[in-house]
Write a protein that binds this ligand. Structure first.
Ligand code: A2P
Length: 320
């Protein structure tokens, strides 16, 4: 398995299991199937509402003794309602309790947007905290503190444009080690990739398969399908692979990590077997041409009329 290496030589396996949209009653099983079939990287988040079940799965697997805690890379994310300095460590401790772990390998600020404590999803302007009330640096300084306390080994962000990263990096000497963003052939984000590589910030690609299982309210009418794309299907046929495997391997070859979500045993296994698929120069050239700056997860659900985040996604490489 390819890995992404951090400054202290810790290595994150390039392919991880995504758990966004993995329902209760199925996510624990999916995590166990993944770990028993070679995955050593599980991507979680408090807002996915399923960390307690994942924790049960970890507890079972680690107590069996075949796989040790330190062999698995576990990521989780701070939800938007815990950005204030007094809320960061308690939110992290809740995640650790749910996951039944005493440390995380990586903890990320989930979005550069803050809500009032207790708001899962904003319904009106009143549900937000403005950037003046809780600047990102306030939250970031507590992420640094969490690392100092040994609760997490690495810290980073998610859904940050290069502009947002730059703003944060101007205020700290302790840069984010990783940025997790939507990344796939329709949204290749070459500028962000270059920016992050220049600043030694790793990237993880989310929604690598197009997240077709999002709720309808999060879908645009007539959105393009990655798995049904003719070029992807043709390349898959050429290599005796599946479209999903081509999409996953493409991410790995660009030097990012990638976290395909599945709760289906066959597809969980199929996805990690994408390591064995060899894409050639012609394939990569054809896939490069598919870029259309199309975003499946637009972040529009965080924009209510009049809140202070109206322009949060306004820089170029972040635009849908
Ligand atoms: P399922 O969980 O039933 O396997 P993303 O990772 O971009 O969020 O996409 C997740 C969606 O893609 C889910 O609907 C998941 O369904 C499906 N999926 C996961 N792996 C594959 C695959 N190899 N081929 C086709 N669909 C897949």
């Amino acid at each position: 398995m390819r890995t992404l290496k951090f400054k202290n030589n810790d290595e994150m396996p390039a392919i991880g299991l995504g758990t966004w949209k993995s329902g209760k009653g199925e996510v624990g099983k999916a995590v166990k199937i993944a770990l028993n079939n070679g995955y050593r990287h599980i991507d979680c988040a408090a807002t996915y509402g399923n960390e307690a079940e994942i924790g049960e799965a970890f507890s079972e697997i680690f107590s069996e003794g075949k796989i040790k805690r330190e062999e698995v890379w576990v990521t989780s994310k701070l939800w938007n309602d815990a950005h204030k300095k007094e809320d960061v460590i308690p939110a992290l401790k809740q995640t650790l309790k749910d996951l039944q772990l005493d440390y995380l390998d990586l903890y990320l600020i989930h979005w550069p947007v803050a809500f009032k404590r207790g708001v899962s999803f904003p319904e009106n302007d009143e549900d937000y905290l403005s950037l003046e009330e809780v600047p990102i640096i306030e939250t970031w300084n507590m992420m640094i503190e969490a690392k100092k306390q040994g609760l997490v080994k690495h810290i980073g962000v998610s859904n940050f444009s290069s502009m947002k990263l730059e703003e944060l990096m101007e205020e700290t000497d302790d840069n984010p080690e990783l940025n997790q963003v939507e990344l796939h052939p329709y949204l290749q984000q070459n500028d962000l990739l270059e920016f992050c590589s220049k600043h030694n910030i790793h990237l993880t690609a989310y929604s690598p398969l197009g997240s077709g299982d999002r709720i309808d309210a999060m879908k645009a009418p007539d959105e393009p399908s990655l798995l049904e794309n003719d070029v992807i299907k043709k390349i898959a046929r050429k290599h005796g692979a599946t479209p999903g495997q081509v999409l996953i391997k493409w991410s790995v070859l660009r030097g990012t990590a990638v976290i395909p979500k599945s709760t289906n045993e066959g597809r969980i296994i199929e996805n990690i077997q994408s390591m064995g698929v060899n894409l050639d120069e012609d394939d990569l050239k054809e896939i490069a041409e598919l870029d259309r700056h199309f975003r499946y997860v637009t972040g529009e659900f965080f924009v209510t009329k009049g809140n202070s985040y109206e322009n949060i996604f306004d820089d170029d490489d972040y635009k849908a």
